[in-house]
Design a protein around this ligand. Structure first.
Ligand code: 1WB
Ligand code: MN
Length: 350
């Protein structure tokens, strides 16, 4: 039977894996952060979104789309034949709050997320947030989020107070993620204090450039620190086509070997590119290039690449068109669109 394009579009399950939301309490907290003194580079964006002038219609609309879960979002998903959003609390999450505020807002956000997933189990899954400011309490919340709330993994917005997950103070978080088999999606936020300055001009602070450098550096620090020898089953997800980390594979492996040999870096069991294949998966969020997708599939394997939109920061229709028209086989498209997401984020097959 000849199927109309619309039907053809419908028959593949589309799970979008980096889809942002917020809750009013976190948005209010970020407005307070925007008004408090500080020089974190995140403030550029936090001020623009959460403390926008009343007549800034684009920002009001963005915030409304972040806070909406069941009206505009479901309509957008239906209009674009998107079956499921894997939701995550948008950057910078709770990571700019003090430890107590962050810990309680993380639990609140996870409760709200679990409620909406329960109401729409075929449309939403959720990544739990946690407050790295208090690693022990974070590990407890991670356990509650998986065991009690049945959420699907974790979201972390890169550095916390300019510190990265290779810092041993965060090992309880990594231990919990590994024990719970919960993948940590490391989402960007603006660069940490020591690397932020060159991104202060030309709008480089956020998605244009700074986010990628910040987040790729985070991933590289984790690999070359040796933490994946301590947590060999830990799974990390990077968006934006892997933040380009795998483009650097050859040079990273070669120069890390040199650094190890001169005593500047710890001895590792595997090369950085081997950790990247074993411990990481990547998504296509906001990086809709078939050339970059092809390189990613060839260098990492088809099982390590997941589809994402990056709603509401990116429009859904081009993200769907990008993956619908990707030069891959039917079986490969099934993995990219849903099979890999089902495996990594423990989502029941349809
Ligand atoms: C942008 C993109 C801003 C993302 C964000 O704020 C997030 C942007 C938290 O395009 O400016 C994102 O998630 O990709
Ligand atoms: Mn995003």
């Amino acid at each position: 039977m000849s199927a109309a394009p619309k039907n053809q579009k419908k028959k593949i399950r589309r799970i979008a894996t980096e889809e942002a939301f917020s809750i009013p309490e976190v948005a209010a907290g970020l407005r307070d952060v925007a008004r408090a003194p500080g020089d974190s580079q995140d403030l550029i964006l936090v001020k623009r979104i959460y403390d926008a002038p009343k007549d800034d219609k684009p920002m009001a609309s963005l915030l409304a789309h972040l806070l909406d879960l069941e009206v505009m979002r479901l309509r957008d998903m239906d209009d674009n034949n998107v079956d499921m959003h894997i939701l995550s609390l948008t950057a910078p999450g709770v990571q700019m709050f003090d430890a107590d505020t962050a810990t309680s807002l993380a639990a609140l956000a996870n409760d709200r997320l679990a409620e909406v997933v329960r109401r729409h189990p075929t449309r939403f899954a959720g990544l739990a947030t946690f407050a790295p400011q208090s690693p022990q309490r974070a590990a407890k919340e991670m356990e509650r989020a998986i065991k009690k709330l049945k959420l699907n993994g974790f979201i972390l917005n890169s550095h916390t107070n300019s510190e990265y997950l290779d810092n041993p103070k965060y090992f309880p978080i990594l231990e919990a993620a590994e024990a719970l088999d919960g993948c940590i999606y490391i989402h960007p936020r603006a660069a940490s204090d020591g690397m932020a300055k060159p991104f202060a001009d030309y709008g480089l602070d956020s998605a244009q450039w700074g986010y990628g450098l910040e987040t790729s550096t985070h991933a590289v620090r984790m690999m070359v620190s040796g933490l994946f020898d301590r947590f060999p089953k830990l799974k990390i997800c990077l968006g934006h086509m892997g933040e380009a980390v795998h483009f650097w594979s050859w040079r990273l492996d070669y120069m890390n070997r040199n650094a190890q040999n001169r005593g500047a870096a710890p001895k590792l069991k595997l090369t950085p590119s081997e950790y990247f294949k074993r411990n990481f998966v990547i998504t296509t969020s906001g990086q809709e290039s078939h050339l970059a997708l092809d390189y990613s599939i060839k260098s990492l394997g088809i099982d390590n690449v997941l589809w994402a939109i990056d709603y509401p920061y990116q429009p859904s229709a081009p993200a769907v068109a990008f993956m619908d028209s990707a030069p891959v086989s039917v079986a490969e498209r099934e993995k990219l669109y849903h099979g890999n997401a089902e495996r990594v984020f423990h989502i029941l097959p349809a």
